[in-house]
Design a protein around this ligand. Structure first.
Ligand SMILES: [Zn+2]
Length: 368
């Protein structure tokens, strides 16, 4: 007899219409013992119970049997109790349970999809008005303003999970420590809880997902000539995230699906499955690039990091571009004009720079 007990409600002859609280446990042979709670509670035994999904949206598990005095059902509603019940079930009862649990999961999934659809229908008139009034940019701005920091963080989590499926992402080791040491100085006072990752990829690329998830490709670290150059790229990516450019890009790219799901607060739907792929394909506008350069530079100066590194890295990218365009330039369009105005801005900075305590060469060696 398994000692694991699970709680539910017992229905049957002599019991209230709303059922009575009871505890169940499986015997090794596949029969179920149900003890009605309370001092006068009865103890029932079901030798060959039937198991199926029941309740609104089939979200409960129903174990029913024919007793001597009538039909009984033990209904388990709470998901945690259902899990305990399924885990403790002996092999004889397990197949039916697995079938019933499968029905429950399928229907719950369908219900979630229905909820997303409902959100879509509710929000459709507003979206229509937006489209009517102007263009999708205006609609994207409208949505971005209404997304909470928590939802932004949830979206970041999803993008991270997707990225992990696509590439090897590490969250510890010398490279991550260095990125984290530099990045923390650039994100002081942010509303987001930043987390730093390194992807094992040869391309020169990096991105900051909404909500504080920053991924730097090892190919980019290999290209950086100093910790200050690394800081120059990081600050630009952080600026895009802090200015919500990335969030806006994701919203525009996902369109209506994201709108519905985010407004109803469900970002777990499959509509986000492709977000990570799209994130690395997002192309920022020239205005967004200029804004990110300015905000990035402001953050560098505030952190007392020499902004000459930013110029140094951009020059390297420009040189690389002549051979083959680095991936990062396809999402962040670089122009000669941008580099020139940044040079002027940097030359005006008269801060006192503190060297970054990061040995870039030893980080590069750690990749081998
Ligand atoms: Zn950019």
């Amino acid at each position: 007899m398994s000692d694991t007990r699970f709680r539910g409600r017992l229905f049957g002859p002599g019991l209230p219409g709303s059922g009575a609280p009871a505890t169940g446990r499986w015997s090794d042979g596949g029969s179920l013992q149900v003890a009605e709670e309370g001092a006068a509670g009865r103890l029932l035994q079901a030798d060959h119970p039937a198991v199926d999904a029941a309740g609104f949206n089939a979200s409960s598990l129903r174990i029913s049997w024919q007793g001597e005095d009538g039909a009984y059902a033990f209904i388990i509603e709470a998901e945690s109790e259902r899990t305990i019940c399924c885990a403790a079930a002996p092999a004889a009862a397990n197949r039916h349970l697995a079938e019933a649990a499968g029905v429950t999961t399928r229907l719950e999934r369908r219900f979630r999809f229905g909820a997303v659809l409902l959100g879509l229908i509710l929000i459709l008139p507003l979206f229509g008005i937006g489209l009517f009034l102007g263009n999708s940019d205006r609609v994207a701005d409208w949505v971005v303003k209404r997304i909470s920091t928590e939802h932004e963080a949830q979206l970041g989590e999803l993008i991270l999970a997707q990225t992990r499926l696509q590439m090897k992402v590490v969250d510890r080791g010398p490279a991550v420590e260095a990125i984290s040491a530099i990045g923390s100085r650039l994100t002081t006072g942010s509303v987001h809880r930043y987390r730093w990752f390194v992807a094992d990829r040869p391309d020169i690329n990096a991105f900051a997902a909404p909500g504080g998830v920053v991924v730097v490709y090892s190919g980019l670290i290999r290209t950086a000539g100093s910790a200050e150059e690394l800081a120059g790229v990081l600050t630009h990516e952080i600026a895009h995230a802090e200015l919500r450019h990335t969030l806006r890009g994701v919203i525009k790219s996902l369109g209506l699906h994201a709108l519905a799901a985010l407004v109803i607060g469900d970002v777990s739907g499959s509509v986000f499955a492709e977000t990570a792929t799209r994130l690395t394909e997002l192309r920022f506008s020239r205005d967004a690039e200029r804004e990110a350069d300015a905000e990035g530079l402001r953050r560098l100066v505030a952190a007392h990091i020499d902004p000459a590194g930013m110029i140094g890295f951009y020059e390297k990218l420009a040189a690389e571009q002549r051979l083959s365009p680095p991936a990062i330039l396809s999402t962040h369009p670089a122009t000669g004009e941008r580099l020139e105005s940044l040079r002027q801005e940097v030359s005006l900075q008269k801060g006192k720079w503190q060297p970054l305590p990061v040995d870039i060469q030893s980080i590069k060696n750690s990749f081998k």
